[in-house]
Design a protein around this ligand. Sequence first.
Ligand SMILES: Cc1cc2nc3c(=O)[nH]c(=O)nc-3n(C[C@H](O)[C@H](O)[C@H](O)COP(=O)(O)OP(=O)(O)OC[C@H]3O[C@@H](n4cnc5c(N)ncnc54)[C@H](O)[C@@H]3O)c2cc1C
Length: 468
Amino acid sequence: MADTYDLVVIGSGPGGYVCAIRAAQLGMKVACVEKRATLGGTCLNIGCIPSKALLQASEKFEEANHHLGTFGVKVGKVELDLKGMMGHKDKVVGDNVNGVAFLFKKNKIDWVKGAARVAGAGKVDVALNGGGSQTLTTKNIVIATGSDVMPLPGVVVDEQRIVSSTGALALPEVPKSMIVIGGGYIGLEVGSVWQRLGTKVTVVEFLDRILPGMDGEVSKQMQRILGKQGMAFKLGTKVTGAKPTNKGVDVTLEPAKGGAAETMTVDIVLLSIGRKPFVDGLGLKEAGVALDERGRVKTDAHFATNVQGIYAIGDVIAGPMLAHKAEDEGVAVAEILAGQAGHVNYDAIPGVVYTWPEAASVGKTEEQLKQEGVEYRAGKFPFTANGRARAMASTDGFVKVLADKKTDRVLGVHIIGPEAGTMIAELALAMEFGASAEDIARTCHAHPTLNEAVKEAALAVDGRPIHI
Ligand SMILES: Cc1cc2nc3c(=O)[nH]c(=O)nc-3n(C[C@H](O)[C@H](O)[C@H](O)COP(=O)(O)OP(=O)(O)OC[C@H]3O[C@@H](n4cnc5c(N)ncnc54)[C@H](O)[C@@H]3O)c2cc1C
């Protein structure tokens, strides 16, 4: 393995590995340092991929248990094989991380196994996993070290009974009860998995709504739907402590605005109040790399830090902590390093919550548009009026298109419904191309598809939906 590179990427999550591949495609000699035993970062190992594998599997269980009868399919006694379900998850993770190792080989990227420290511009010291160290010399460094679980005072994660998402995706048995601290997408997704398998899940959220940051109407409807599925919510409530006892975990709760405390005892507590940038052990202070007020690596519009030759992307910098955002930044910075015009359009980054139904959005929410004083028109179409959704017996939710009042340009789209995460791609593309609601309304959509609800919502912006 050589010691001199055009680019050393630190971290092999979706930001780092995609950056390494794109840079190699552009002719650079690339190394990627990863301290975890496998490639793929949070996303492939303990995040997006295992959570979706369990969401998919638990959806099947739920379907077999409660919904197949609707379709005239009779099943006998449905039994959970949790080991088998976890085995499915582990296989999916294994296939994905091995896939990245294959892509590294294909693109002649050196995978350096160990923990990297930035020893200054052009130099990376690696404490090798197998023992010893190696110094890499490079023209450029990209920091892609991602994020870690946000801690909460009084709640000490032991990954046994007080777990982060990592522990919650590998519980050895179905808990009877669980408190999920934090009503963001990770808490709702992982909470949904266990709720479908039989756990009584209570989501405790400091704010007065779940899914903060998403369109208010979507949050409200999602809470109502998940509530119907059996999930309980304690909003405007803060957790002040969690103590494991021989009966479970005693969790103390207080109204966010202050007031009398109460204690709930549950089997498992999932801490999911967000994630924080991960820069531990990187030596950034010594290397003179500046962080912002929230501990994120500070970058300019070209992902450059204040130290020449050192760049950063993904969860460790500002912006939504999402895998596809990290990937797009990885591509952009590799292209910038190759002298091309790499670019990320932060106005058209979709966000998806993979519950059932799913919630997905791109662009501005109604609350944001109101706050910014932008005049807009909204068109909404419910899935109850969509033929395919009826055929799927999955009619909860709607599509909402927000368009500029004067120009009709699409400013945001919010969907709650079956396959919303797949449907949103059409809208991200529309926004990339600066589409108007009329453009979407006049685009022929196949029948019968869920996406016809998008066309109808776009028609509704102009007050002329056909099927409602
Ligand atoms: C449960 C869960 C579910 C999620 N689901 C989704 C989803 O459905 N969709 C979505 O878009 N996002 C999802 N995310 C978020 C997504 O995982 C992150 O946004 C994404 O992984 C960020 O990519 P990254 O490349 O910036 O960093 P990471 O994926 O965090 O990768 C960073 C890598 O750097 C390595 N590293 C750190 N420091 C060093 C060092 N000094 N030396 C060597 N290696 C180092 C780490 O070991 C890690 O492998 C989820 C996250 C979680 C926790």
